[in-house]
Design a protein around this ligand. Structure first.
Ligand code: PGA
Length: 240
């Protein structure tokens, strides 16, 4: 894993945006694997600025997102589809028909996961997959467990993730208890991966990931199997 340690969140966002922009410049018809959560918001702001300045062009880009709550409507302001529209897609010259997020309101969530896995395969390996990391080491909604899933699947959220995400909802009871998420194998199918982390609350998870072992109690540690991973974190996440 390549490690970039930044002074603060703004530097994390700028460094991550540079890496994504470089991929877009090298291949204007690239596939971007995207993530939600508070961490990548700053990176998306910088990508919007670069798009407005004419430095990067989204017109031929395809995106695949990691995950979505279940059940949730795309119009719900806490859905990840809504998040992506608000934080990136509505502000850049992307064709929304080429932006994919798992279907949070599918009547058959298992079939929706199978269909999503096929979509990810059909658009081709992501040129870069952006990830955040949960305080518990999750990536996407692959939560710590004795065994991890390989493909896109329906999953229950752990108590710790529900608590961590409750800040975005009216109350903890409003946080959906399930999600559809790419599996570890789906994520590892990307050509390049960047994982962003800031703040001391991420220190334990980042340390476990950087320890270099495959530990299912820290799903992010599975990234050690990939040849091209860049960890972009701030000093707090690195040092605690
Ligand atoms: P956060 O979430 O960016 O809101 O901290 C990260 C994650 O859970 O993957």
């Amino acid at each position: 894993m390549k490690l970039i340690i930044c002074k603060n969140y703004d530097e994390v966002s700028a460094a991550a945006a540079e890496i994504v922009a470089d991929v877009m410049k090298a291949n204007p018809a690239c596939v971007l694997g995207l993530a939600t959560g508070s961490t990548p918001v700053g990176m998306y702001k910088k990508l919007i600025e670069k798009n407005a300045a004419g430095e990067i062009d989204f017109s031929a880009v395809t995106t695949v997102n990691l995950d979505e709550y279940y059940p949730i409507s795309p119009d719900n302001d806490q859905s990840y589809r809504y998040f992506m529209n608000e934080n990136l897609f509505n502000h850049v010259n992307i064709d929304k028909a080429r932006t994919f997020v798992p279907d949070g309101q599918a009547s058959d969530p298992v079939a929706a996961c199978e269909a999503y896995e096929e979509t990810v395969a059909a658009v081709g390996a992501a040129d870069i997959q952006v990830l955040g990391i949960g305080q518990n080491g999750h990536i996407g909604f692959n939560e710590p467990d004795t065994a991890l899933e390989v493909k896109t699947h329906v999953t229950g959220l752990t108590e710790s993730t529900i608590k961590a995400n409750a800040r975005f909802f009216a109350s903890e009871a409003d946080v959906p208890t399930k999600a559809l998420t790419m599996g570890i194998g789906t994520i590892l199918g990307a050509k390049k991966i960047i994982i962003l982390a800031n703040g001391a609350a991420k220190h334990d998870a980042v340390s476990k990931m950087l320890a270099g072992k495959l530990d299912t109690s820290c799903p992010a540690s599975m990234l050690n199997l990939h040849r091209d991973v860049v960890v972009v974190c701030d000093e707090m996440a690195y040092n605690g």
